[in-house]
Design a protein around this ligand. Structure first.
Ligand code: SF4
Ligand code: ZN
Ligand code: ZN
Length: 310
């Protein structure tokens, strides 16, 4: 297989685009495509301040690397979850994120959940019984709260996350199986700023996971190979496997599923649902937007834990 640009030996073959590229041209192609998607979906302009949520994994570190190479003002945010029981997942991902930032002279903000709120994520989940088998629902709640709080308090214009196309398609597939209209209406490469919620963007949403891995490896980015131990056996991993089978027999299937969904939305598929969105108001304690009366679910979770531990 030869590079389409220079004819040298290809390092990456992207069947979904009928495009093979050598290392040099692939490493040029990725930022160029990212810049195209940032413009296409109106994510942010050249003068806006970006906060990149980094987990130490290949996607978020590659996103930060790409934005840095494109010349954006992008700082990082690492949230220490305290998931260090079976493997030293949080410790190791924190170390690699610090190393990445230092090597490039980038600014990294770090929030440690245990230091800030008194408990690690697994303990918060156990005490609130929200964890069920996994602490993911509490973890998601805490991460959303902290990302929004820090983006807003530190004056960033936009919050960027490293979701790739496989992540987006797995979510879309799950929500389509259950026709979860309220989630489908919110799934987008950009969520506009509203009522105290920071604008959220996913600049990697059009790249396959395997191509993100290739980017990280070819750029020599040291990232945490292990997934969070709680992700093992999750529904989203199962959906990703199913979708990869579909993609194998039909290259481009994942891209079509996602881009046609975005087109259908643009053409008004969920116009009625969009009108139904509940009004948000600030939580009386933390000031973050909530749809219910009284405290937001994050503050209620923290209260429940304080009560449970008395
Ligand atoms: Fe949090 Fe791990 Fe669950 Fe992801 S898999 S939501 S990091 S507990
Ligand atoms: Zn080439
Ligand atoms: Zn609150």
């Amino acid at each position: 297989m030869k590079c389409k640009t220079c004819g040298q030996k290809a390092a990456v073959n992207m069947k979904q685009h009928s495009l093979a590229l050598c290392k040099e041209h692939f490493l040029e192609w990725m930022p160029a495509q990212t810049a195209r998607f940032i413009k296409k979906y109106w994510m942010f302009g050249p003068d806006e301040k970006i906060l990149v949520a980094v987990s130490g994994g290949k996607d978020s570190l590659s996103l930060w690397d790409i934005l840095w190479r494109l010349g954006y003002q992008a700082d990082g945010l690492y949230i220490g979850l305290g998931i260090d029981e079976e493997i030293r997942y949080s410790d190791e991902s924190h170390r690699l994120t610090e190393k990445f930032a230092q090597e490039r002279g980038l600014k990294l903000h770090v929030v440690d959940i245990q230091k800030t709120y008194g408990h690690t994520i697994p303990v918060l989940a156990e005490k609130t019984h929200r964890g069920q088998e996994r602490p993911c629902s509490v973890c998601g709640l805490v991460k959303r709260h902290e990302m929004n709080r820090l983006a807003r308090d530190m004056g960033y214009d936009v919050l960027a996350t490293g979701h790739n196309l496989d992540d987006e398609v797995a979510v879309l597939f799950g929500n389509t199986l259950s026709w979860a209209g309220e989630f489908l209406v919110r799934q987008s490469p950009v969520l506009a700023e509203s009522d105290g919620l920071a604008r959220k963007v996913k600049p990697l949403c059009r790249f396959y996971e395997k191509d993100m891995t290739a980017y990280a490896l070819l750029r020599g980015i040291e990232y945490i190979y292990e997934e969070c131990p709680f992700s093992v056996g999750s529904t989203s991993i199962y959906y990703k496997e199913l979708l990869n089978k579909l993609e194998n027999d039909n290259p481009g299937a994942k891209t079509h599923f996602y881009t046609r969904f975005l087109e259908a939305k643009k053409n008004g598929l969920f116009a009625e649902k969009e009108m139904e969105r509940p009004a948000l108001h600030p939580c009386p304690r933390c000031g973050q937007p909530t749809s219910g009366e009284g405290l937001c679910s994050f503050c209620r979770t923290i209260d429940k834990v304080s009560g449970a531990s008395e």
